[in-house]
Structures are given as C-alpha cells and as structure tokens.
Design a protein around this ligand. Structure first.
Ligand SMILES: [Zn+2]
Length: 140
C-alpha cells in the first residue's frame, strides 16, 4: 500500500515526541508538494541517520525534528544523486559510436548517403534520467 505524506509526518512527530498539528501538516504539504511520500520518507530516514553536529544547538541534526524545507533539500539531493549515478554507470551499448548510429539512406541524387541517428542506449538513458529527476522509479 502506498504511504501518504501525512503518515510520514505523523511518524516524524512520534519519533520526536511532538504532537501533530494541522498548521505543521499544512506546511509539510505545501513545501513538499510535488514529491512522493516515499521520497520524503527516504529523506526522513536519511535525516534521522545524520549524526553531524549542528553548531547552533550542539546536538546532532538527526536528533531534532526536521523542517519540511530540510527534507525537501534532501529529496532534491537524492534525485540529483540518482541522476548522476545513472550517468556515471552508463556505458554505450557497443552498437553505436558514442551514442550515434550511422545509417545509409538514399540521398536526393539517388546515391547512398550517411545519416546519423541517436542510439536507443542514449535515449534510454535520457528516459531514465527524466524518471529519476521526477522521483519515479527508473524501471524502464
Ligand atoms: Zn548505443
């Protein structure tokens, strides 16, 4: 079953011993609109695991309830990292030359001429990058 943003919010309140409020739920909804609850949950887990010390409070970041904007920053970063990983893991399929296929096709004068098209391996990568950038799973 898909989780909802409200579930993540209520869980966060429970973890940090806060009473959920409508005002803060609305703030989460507006700041995190456009991101899936699953992504926000991942961001929340990453937040909790952050043991870096906040210099203002002297406590770890993960020990304090995150503001929705802090979760949003983590979601955005996770999307960027997913895209960067796709790109760094990418290998051309081997049928193309750096993503280009050379095809011979009849030209205006009837002679064969060379034309180029983008290989499927590159268009597949672009699709996956778009999916990662929108938070969808890249199972294309
Ligand atoms: Zn290719």
């Amino acid at each position: 079953m898909a989780i909802l943003l409200g579930d993540v919010y209520v869980d966060a309140c429970e973890v940090y011993g806060r009473m959920p409020t409508d005002a803060l739920m609305e703030s989460w909804s507006s700041v995190l609109a456009g991101y899936s609850a699953q992504e926000v949950k991942q961001a929340f887990l990453a937040w909790q695991a952050n043991d870096e010390i906040n210099l203002f409070t002297g406590r770890t970041y993960g020990s304090m309830m995150p503001a929705p904007s802090e979760l949003k920053a983590l979601v955005v970063r996770a999307r960027r990292e997913a895209q960067a990983k796709l790109r760094s893991d990418f290998k051309y399929c081997g049928d193309c030359v750096n993503g280009l296929l050379v095809v011979l096709q009849p030209g205006l004068d009837g002679r064969q001429e060379r034309a180029f098209s983008i290989c499927h391996c590159v268009s597949h990568l672009s699709q996956q990058e778009r999916a990662a950038g929108s938070g969808r799973s890249a199972g294309v």
